[in-house]
Design a protein around this ligand. Structure first.
Ligand code: SAM
Length: 217
């Protein structure tokens, strides 16, 4: 099966299982070529709905989790998005499809070698101008570029980092897995003035968010 057909099948299954609910998310997942974000020994598994190793002990997120987070964040053209935990760049590319042409994704990754390959992957896949990859501790956010309409965190946090709350725009939305190292609740945080309303969207498993306002190692 060609990568294009494999992607179509993957998206059809995500629609049938109720994870993809909207046409824009279906289109974005169908357009972004996940195999371009994987090391060569993993490419053949690109359209399985599972996380895969990308090096440095880290993983590319499973397609169902990327789709679920894209639906939960209600991404639209023109929005400014902060991503924490850029990994391979795949999830950032899906969000870029949803916010382009006027929106922008700032993707923070703490491991420099992963950030560099994410930059290359995003360039190959055609998202160089929409996604900026920044090396750093994403638990501190990016105060110089704040506020953000959306914040997407793809690593497990012990609690919602205060700097990220403060960098959320009014009515802005953040999705973050909160809990222990081996199991978390995907948590939606919506800013209303100085209030932050939280909603639990269900269980998930991510690698740890390591930083000043996350796990220490
Ligand atoms: N969504 C990514 C993708 O599609 O490839 C996968 C993200 S992977 C599950 C989580 C990433 O978060 C890892 O690459 C890890 O190095 C990164 N990470 C962990 N703590 C971080 C922090 N404080 N700041 C930035 N990145 C962090």
């Amino acid at each position: 099966m060609s990568p294009k057909d494999a992607r179509k099948l993957m998206v059809r299954r995500l629609i049938e299982s109720g994870i993809i609910k909207s046409a824009p998310v279906a289109k974005a997942m169908e357009l972004v070529e996940r195999h371009l974000f994987l090391p060569s020994n993993m490419k053949e598994h690109a359209y399985l709905d599972t996380p895969l190793q990308i090096g440095e002990g880290q993983t590319i997120s499973a397609p169902h989790m990327v789709a679920m987070m894209a639906e939960g964040l209600d991404l639209k053209t023109g929005l400014r998005v902060l991503e924490v935990g850029g990994g391979s760049g795949y999830h950032a590319a899906v969000m870029a499809e949803l916010v382009k042409p006027d929106g922008r994704v700032y993707s923070m990754e703490r491991i420099p070698s992963l950030a560099e390959s994410a930059r290359q992957n995003l360039k190959t896949a055609g998202y160089e101008g929409i996604v900026e990859v920044i090396v750093g501790d994403g638990t501190r956010g990016l105060p110089d570029r704040a506020p953000f309409d959306r914040i997407s965190i793809a690593a497990a946090a012990p609690y919602v980092p205060e700097p990220l709350k403060q960098q959320l725009a009014e009515n802005g939305k953040m999705l973050i897995p909160v809990g222990g190292r081996y199991y978390q609740e995907l948590t939606l945080v919506v800013r209303k003035g100085e209030k932050f309303i939280e909603k639990n969207l269900g269980g998930c498993v991510f690698v740890p968010l390591i930083g000043e306002f996350g796990y220490k190692d």
